[in-house]
Design a protein around this ligand. Structure first.
Ligand code: KG4
Ligand code: ZN
Length: 349
């Protein structure tokens, strides 16, 4: 079964065709990063306008195989951006006479390790069902969420950020230090040469304020808070502005260490809560070199394999939407034409 996926929840306009949920037949991503760079963050009006301009060309380029169904991200994300993809998907499904499925963007990030390219060497990753129950961690610019996956297509949030997402924390720090946008890759690069055994600047470790996790109905031990980290960086820079690039690098390395340390620590705790068969990690922040190292350590000491996506499937793309739709079709058949966007959709909804 070939499913065509469309993704437009944030600043990437994307379309892909995936066979039987895993084999990527085509994958086209138009990224708007250069459009948002001057502002140091995504501007919703600029994003939705660019989606409108690009979606037709992107879909046309990806249409390289017969299509049996159309899948589309209907949340979470920016409402005005989601609408562009959803309406394109409705039009396409109607004109092709095929069903339309709504897909959750965060759940789709957790499908990325299962994708492989058509014609490439056989993947070593088995079918998703064989790894359940799994612990999933979705880390991106908009989300930092730990989910319990008892079976494939079932998601229960067990932990999350109570304020800023990990990627947002990277992006805000880079903006503050004038390092450019998006901040994650830049900080990753700046931090690479810094020795972690040195006496680095100190940052809060991402612990939530007492009581805040309970308000979200979650266990504080599995939650993070990154807004204090960003404030600490602001005060530190005001008090002691870095004198040269070496000092700036030490500062961002310490900041990255605080984020990565918090993510690794909560993941290690979650892995102790029940016996999982695998740790699945997806989202743009999973490209972070230091995070990959720390998560590999955590997975190894828990005795579970770590499944990460190929780099090109870590950031936003439509192959993950088309792929997950093979297992999880939130809205099926004609009813899908009545579906609306849901900017605050959560995993498991
Ligand atoms: O998954 P994604 O493309 O979009 C969202 O769904 O948000 O993630 C984008 C986020 C940005 O915040 C970006 O700074 C971050 O992923 N990111 C990274 C790295 N590459 C991208 N963060 C840390 N290290 C990286 N190497
Ligand atoms: Zn994303």
């Amino acid at each position: 079964m070939n499913i065509l996926g469309i993704e437009s929840s944030c600043d990437e306009t994307a379309c892909a065709i995936v066979k039987d949920g895993r084999e990527v037949l085509s994958n086209v991503v138009y990224t708007q990063i250069p459009l948002h760079q001057p502002y140091g963050g995504v501007v919703p009006e600029v994003a939705s306008r660019a989606h409108i301009e690009k979606i037709h060309g992107v879909v046309k380029e990806a249409m390289r195989a017969p299509v049996d169904a159309v899948a589309v991200t209907y949340g979470p994300g920016l409402a005005s951006s989601l609408l562009v993809g959803l309406n394109a998907a409705k039009g396409l499904a109607l004109s092709l006479g095929v069903p339309l499925y709504g897909v959750n963007h965060i759940e789709a990030h957790l499908h990325t390790p299962f994708l492989y390219d058509t014609g490439a060497q056989a993947t070593t990753v088995s079918a998703p069902e064989s790894y359940m129950p799994a612990l999933g961690l979705a880390v991106s610019g908009g989300h930092t969420t730990w989910v319990d996956m008892p079976s494939y297509g079932e998601y229960k949030i067990i932990g999350q950020t109570l304020d800023d997402a990990a990627g947002e924390a990277f992006d805000k720090a880079a903006k503050l230090l004038g390092l450019g946008y998006p901040g994650g890759p830049v900080i990753d690069r700046w931090a690479r040469g810094v020795s972690l055994t040195d006496d680095l600047p100190r940052f809060p470790k991402g612990a939530p304020r007492p009581g805040t996790a309970a308000l979200a109905g979650l266990d504080a031990e599995l939650c993070v808070s990154f807004s204090g980290l960003k404030t600490a960086l602001l005060y530190s820079v005001r008090k002691n502005p870095p004198k040269d690039d070496a000092e700036k690098a030490r500062l961002v390395a310490a900041y990255q260490e605080a984020i990565v340390g918090a993510l690794a620590d909560r993941t290690a705790r979650a892995l102790k809560r029940r016996s999982y068969k695998v740790l699945i990690v997806g989202g743009g922040v999973s490209l972070n070199g230091r995070l990959r190292v720390r998560l590999a350590e955590v997975a190894q000491s828990a005795g579970v394999p770590l499944l990460l996506a190929q780099p090109k499937y870590c950031g936003d793309n439509a192959a993950m939407i088309a792929g997950l739709a093979f297992w999880r079709r939130n809205v099926v058949g004609d009813a899908a034409l009545a579906v609306d966007v849901n900017p605050s959709l959560q995993p498991g909804d």
